[in-house]
Structure formats: structure tokens, C-alpha cells
Design a protein around this ligand. Structure first.
Ligand code: SF4
Length: 357
């Protein structure tokens, strides 16, 4: 993590909270999983749990989100429970995976400097009223960042209460769910995403249609994602029109815990077959260009797993569509206008075991 005059950024895990939970559950065998960026924290937790007498297994497969939990690994390895470090949901999405937040702790000085740069950029773009959102790992930094923005004269829209069925908090976004920024889109002129990378900010921009900046506490930089978002939208649109002319298509359902949409895949296959397409049903755990390029004989793919996957697999020999693009494709095939593609609040229905058959 970065250090400097503004102080370092470190990761904090509530180890005492984990110990209390485990004292209550009394497991003997525990799995520990974490996204790649939090692997050192996961290894620290591994050693801590081992020193407390548990049998521990580090579950090293990638875990990308709350759709990707470890109940099956727990069952197959004969563990009692798994700890998924770094992801957070408002309610439990798995029976035997415990979500434990890992927080990036950032000094007020660093957040103050970031707020100053953000305020300047918002003024330059003429964005007076903004929505500010983040991921769970910046939850405590968000409070301080909002105070610093207010001190810089930035007007921020308040968070409403999350709907009872929402898996995420009112201030939170995840890669496929922008329901909270989307809800206030008519009250704001733009958004700020507190965090690293462009991934979530581009999602907010595409979902709401409003200008979005990334305020990156690690790089101490503020970036406008407009160019990247427009480019993704243009490529997504081109893929829809290319898929319209495809004859042999594949529909990929994910195999991760919250990405199994076989019923949805069947319904989509029926609709596409009515439109004259030949459909192959496919299931896959890790969606990668290398795996998708094995499907030489297909001319287009719809991926129902993570809706971000088609953004990442750029060197596949055929168009790869996400679920929102597939819905737009159906409209085009019926002779309707392509309509809104990503300008919707939720891009996938995630949740452990939401769809079982
Ligand atoms: S479906 Fe994709 S974007 Fe949504 S939580 Fe899972 S990994 Fe993240």
C-alpha cells in the first residue's frame, strides 16, 4: 500500500469479531478465501486461526464478489465453515460462508487532499450536486471523505434507506448493482466513486448516464471515466448488431454460487430459437477468452454469469454479450429499437442459490 506525507493505507480486519463468531459456532475445520488484493490479509488470518488450534485451509481460487462464495468448497472438503474476507452483503447469501469485511484504513490528511482535488475537478466540469458511492472496503473512509468534501463546498446527495430486498448498503455499489446511484440520478449532476480502478465508476456512468469521477485514495488521483465508458458502450452496441446476424449461438451459465442462471438460459434459448437461431447451452466456472475461443463453430455468445465478463474478454473471435445486451438483442430481433442497454439499475440477479434448476 502507498505511503507518503499523507500517511499510509493499511488493511484492517476485525480479528476479534471473527474469534467471537467462531467461539459461538465452534467449528473444527475452517476455509479462508479472499480476493487476490487481500491475500496477505487472508494468510495472516490463516496463521492466526491455526495458532488458535483450528485446522485451516487457504481456499486459493479467485473470489470476485458476493456471487462467488465458498459453500461448495466447504461441503466437498469436509470443512465446517469458510470465511470470505473482503466482501460484504446486508444479509447472508450462503449457509456456510461467513462474509467478513476488510477495511482500507486511510489517514484524514490523505482523504483531505483527495477531497480537495475532487472538488477542483467537479467545479471544472460544472458538476454542482453529486452522489458519492464506494465499495465496502472503504466504508469508514467514506464518512471522513464526505466531511472533507463538505468542507470544500461540495454538495452531496443523501443516501436513502436500501430496499428490504437489496443485498447492498445505501452507500455501496458492486460491479453489477448500481441501484442506489441510479435512484438519485435526477437529483444529481454527476457522481464520485471513492476507490481504485475504473471498473465500478464506469458501471455508475453507464447505469445512470451521468458523468462520473474516480477519487482514488491510493494513487491520490481523480479521473473522469467518460472516455472509457463511451468506448465500452460503443463496443457493446457493435456486439449486439453483430450477434443479430449470427446463426449459431451459445448461452453460457456460470457455475459460481450466485451465477447459475439455467432457468434464465432456457427461457432465453427458447426465445432465440423462435427467432431462428441454433443454440448451444454451455456451463463454465471461470469465463476467459482462452475457454471461449475453444468454441470455434459458434458465431456469438451470451454470458449469463457475471455481466462484467464480456467487458474483459476482448480477444474472442465472436461477439460476447452480457445479459443486458442479450435483452437489447431480443428487442432488435423483434424489430424494435435497441433501447437502453446498460442504463438500468441492476445488471444481474446475484445471490447464493437464487436459481437452482
Ligand atoms: S456478478 Fe460479477 S459484478 Fe456482480 S458481484 Fe459477482 S463478480 Fe461482482
Amino acid at each position: 500500500m502507498r505511503t507518503g506525507d499523507e500517511g499510509e493505507i493499511r488493511v484492517e480486519v476485525d480479528v476479534e469479531g471473527i474469534d467471537r463468531t467462531l467461539d459461538h459456532l465452534k467449528p473444527r475445520r475452517i476455509g479462508v478465501a479472499a480476493p487476490d488484493g487481500l491475500l496477505s490479509a487472508a494468510k495472516g488470518l490463516y496463521h492466526h486461526l491455526k495458532s488458535r488450534g483450528y485446522e485451516v485451509v487457504l481456499l486459493l481460487d479467485p473470489t470476485y464478489g458476493i456471487c462467488d462464495l465458498q459453500d461448495i468448497a466447504v461441503e466437498e472438503l469436509g470443512l465446517d465453515v469458510a470465511i470470505n474476507l473482503g466482501h460484504h452483503a446486508r444479509r447472508s447469501l450462503a449457509k456456510r460462508t461467513i462474509l467478513v469485511n476488510a477495511e482500507y484504513i486511510i489517514s484524514p490528511e490523505r482523504l483531505g487532499k483527495l477531497a480537495r482535488i475532487t472538488a477542483v475537478q467537479l467545479r471544472e466540469l460544472g458538476l454542482r450536486r453529486t452522489g458519492v458511492y464506494t465499495i465496502n472496503n472503504y466504508r469508514s473512509s467514506l464518512r471522513c471523505f464526505l466531511r472533507k468534501l463538505a468542507a470544500e463546498g461540495v454538495s452531496v446527495v443523501e443516501y436513502g434507506p436500501p430496499s428490504p430486498i437489496s443485498p447492498i448498503e445505501g452507500w455501496q455499489v458492486i460491479g453489477c448493482n448500481f441501484e442506489h446511484p441510479w435512484r438519485v440520478r435526477d437529483d444529481v449532476e454527476g457522481y464520485v466513486f471513492l476507490g481504485g480502478g475504473s471498473f465500478h465508476a464506469i458501471g455508475i456512468r453507464l447505469s445512470t448516464g451521468r458523468r462520473t469521477l474516480v477519487a482514488d485514495p491510493e494513487l491520490l488521483q481523480v479521473r473522469d471515466v467518460e472516455g472509457e465508458a463511451v468506448d465500452i458502450e460503443r463496443r457493446a452496441m457493435a456486439a449486439i448488431y453483430k450477434a443479430r446476424n449470427a446463426q449459431r449461438m451459445g448461452i453460457v451459465t456460470g457455475l459460481k454460487s450466485g451465477q447459475r442462471f439455467l432457468k434464465l438460459a432456457r427461457a432465453l434459448a427458447r426465445s432465440l430459437e423462435i427467432s431462428g437461431k441454433d443454440i448451444m447451452m454451455i456451463a463454465l466456472t471461470e469465463i476467459s477468452s482462452a475457454r471461449l475461443n475453444l468454441l470455434h463453430d459458434l458465431e456469438a455468445l451470451i454470458v449469463l454469469a457475471c455481466p462484467r465478463a464480456p467487458f474483459d474478454v476482448t480477444d474472442v473471435h465472436m461477439p460476447v454479450l452480457s445479459y443486458p445486451q442479450a435483452v437489447a438483442l431480443m428487442r432488435v430481433l423483434r424489430g424494435e429499437d435497441v433501447g437502453r442497454v446498460f442504463n438500468i439499475p441492476v445488471w444481474a440477479w446475484i445471490g447464493y442459490g437464487r436459481e437452482r434448476s
